[in-house]
Structure formats: structure tokens, C-alpha cells
Design a binder for this molecule. Structure first.
Ligand SMILES: [Zn+2]
Length: 320
């Protein structure tokens, strides 16, 4: 079906009928619509790229704020880590040292390695990197804190026994106003055998009958010392400490008897293999003789301590 259209023909100076097919009209409409859509897309595209929508602006702002917060959390975690490391140092160097506990190995304390995070598989934007660091640090702090709590718990147990332990450590001199440590701990010439032998204690010269005091709380042992020590007293202090007092003229305590630090246990003599009146004094820790001079710490001045230490170092003949 054709519709009638007219146009002016200047040659004939009259209106003539033009015949436009429906197809031509449809084509024109399609072209018009397509152009309009293309123009609209172009305008929208420009608007989209050049101007943010209010929602986008809001999201952008929120995103920046979140990033800022993540950075702040990251910083806080770093500070917490420094503080915790300081606590660990104190724990190892002070608390554990006081209670004679072994320091905790570094690997146990710093389990930072081999930690994976749930963000590993995601492509790394700045936010993801921040989240990953925070995740790792939080896990690390958690493990460190757990470790520290266990350490302090174990110290608490030790602290509960601390008074007993302190009372059990030989901490005073066995003779008041100690005259002289004539022979120290270590290799010394045996006065009777005349050979170098390990001297497992110190010899303190003092007139016969000088009072001898227990150097820590404990129980008088039923254990027998070697013959050479003459009349002697061995005290079990617990916490793996023992002391031995040899060559006494007389002992005034019995096996099984409980003694307090500073309690009179006997008198200086010259019994057993001895070259003259003196006290042979030994301190044992975990079944091994240790230098008793190290334990004369609680009732002497630093000067006195140094003097005793020096005189005990002289390589000379033990009185046995
Ligand atoms: Zn000796």
C-alpha cells in the first residue's frame, strides 16, 4: 500500500505527487531512532566518566575512610607488638632469671613464619595488602600472647614457692665475721696426699670452738660424708640444694632435725683429714659441687665479697 506525498517541483512550478514506499519510511524511522540512541549513549558515557553519582561519591568516601581505619589498626598492631616484645624481654631476662627458669626459645616466641592468610588468593590491591598484614599481625600477636600467658602462669607457680625457695638457697656465711678463706674452690694441692685434687668446697680458718651456722633452711641429712671430713653435718635444703660442714669439733644437730638459716649447728674443729682448725664448707646444687663463695651474697658488702672471692682464688694448699 502506498501513501501519497507531495513536493514542489520548481521546473514545472507545481506540486507533484511523490510516491514513498513504506520500506523507505521504516528505514528513515530506524535511522532516526538509532541515531537518537547512539547520541543518548554518548551523553550518558560522558556523564558517567566525568561526573560521579552521589552514590559513587558516598562509596568513594567510605572506601577512603575504611582504608584510613585499616592503616590506623595496622599502626596499633605494630605498637602492640613492640610492647609485647618488651614484656617478653623482661620475662626472659628478669622474671625467668629470678626464678631460675629457662628462657623461652625465640622460635616459640616468634611464630611469624609459615603463617598464611585467607587473603592470599585475592589479587592484591592496597586494601587487600593492608587486610593481609593485619590478619598476619593479629594471628602472630595472638600466638605470642598465648605463649606469654603460659610463661607467666608457670612463673606464678614458681612465685608461690618463692619464699620457700629463697629460704632454701644457702645465702649467708657459715661463720660470722669470717676470718679468711684460706683455700678456694677448684684444683688445690691436697695437704696430706700432696697431689692436685679438686677441692669441692672452701676452707675457712677460725679458732677451734667458733660457732657454725646453717646457711639456709633445711633438714639435717642422714647421709654419711666421706671419712676425711671428720665430724660433719650435711643439710638438705630442698630445691636441689645441699650444704656440707666438715672437720667440726662438735655438732649439736641430729639427722632428721629441721634447722633454720642462721641456726647454730656445731663448732669449728680439726677432725678428719685436717691440717689445723678450720671449717670445710661445700654447697651442692643438683648433685654437683658449686663454688660456695658465690652464695655469700646476702649478708656481706660488695667489698667484702670481692675480698673473699680474691682470697679464695689463690692456688695454694687446701686444709682439706
Ligand atoms: Zn677443704
Amino acid at each position: 500500500m502506498a501513501r501519497n506525498f507531495y513536493f514542489f517541483n520548481p521546473d514545472t512550478m507545481s506540486f507533484e505527487q511523490a510516491k514513498l514506499s513504506v520500506w523507505t519510511i521504516v528505514k528513515r524511522i530506524i535511522w532516526l531512532v538509532t541515531t537518537a540512541i547512539a547520541f543518548a549513549i554518548f551523553v550518558l558515557w560522558i556523564a558517567f566518566y566525568l561526573f560521579d553519582s552521589p552514590k559513587e561519591k558516598m562509596l568513594q568516601k567510605e572506601n577512603n575512610e575504611l582504608k584510613e581505619q585499616l592503616r590506623a589498626i595496622n599502626k596499633n598492631l605494630e605498637v602492640m607488638d613492640v610492647v609485647l616484645e618488651d614484656i617478653q624481654d623482661r620475662d626472659d631476662q628478669v622474671y625467668r632469671a629470678i626464678f631460675e627458669a629457662e628462657p623461652i626459645p625465640l622460635e616459640t616466641r616468634n611464630p611469624w613464619f609459615n603463617l598464611t592468610t585467607r587473603y592470599d588468593s585475592i589479587p592484591q590491591s592496597e586494601t587487600v595488602k593492608l587486610l593481609k598484614t593485619i590478619d598476619l599481625k593479629t594471628k602472630g600477636l595472638f600466638i605470642k600472647l598465648k605463649e606469654e600467658r603460659e610463661s607467666l602462669d608457670s612463673l606464678l607457680l614458681l612465685a608461690e614457692n618463692k619464699n620457700d625457695m629463697l629460704a632454701a638457697i644457702p645465702a649467708i656465711r657459715p661463720i660470722k665475721n669470717m676470718y679468711n678463706v684460706t683455700s678456694g674452690f677448684g684444683l688445690r694441692i691436697h695437704p696430706i696426699l700432696k697431689t692436685y685434687r679438686k677441692h669441692t668446697g672452701v676452707d675457712i680458718t677460725a679458732p677451734r670452738g667458733t660457732p657454725i651456722y646453717a646457711t639456709a633452711d633445711g633438714t639435717v641429712s642422714r647421709q654419711q660424708a666421706a671419712m676425711g671430713y671428720g665430724t660433719n653435718v650435711i643439710i638438705d635444703h630442698g630445691f636441689s640444694y645441699q650444704t656440707l660442714y666438715g672437720h667440726l669439733s662438735k655438732k649439736i644437730v641430729k639427722p632428721g632435725q629441721k634447722v633454720k638459716r642462721g641456726e647454730l649447728i656445731g663448732y669449728v674443729g680439726n677432725t678428719g683429714l685436717s691440717m689445723g682448725p678450720h671449717l670445710h664448707y661445700e654447697v651442692w646444687k643438683n648433685g654437683i659441687p658449686v663454688n660456695p663463695v658465690q652464695f655469700f651474697t646476702s649478708d656481706i658488702t660488695p667489698e667484702e665479697y670481692n675480698a673473699i672471692l680474691e682470697s679464695s682464688k689463690k692456688v695454694n694448699q687446701a686444709l682439706s
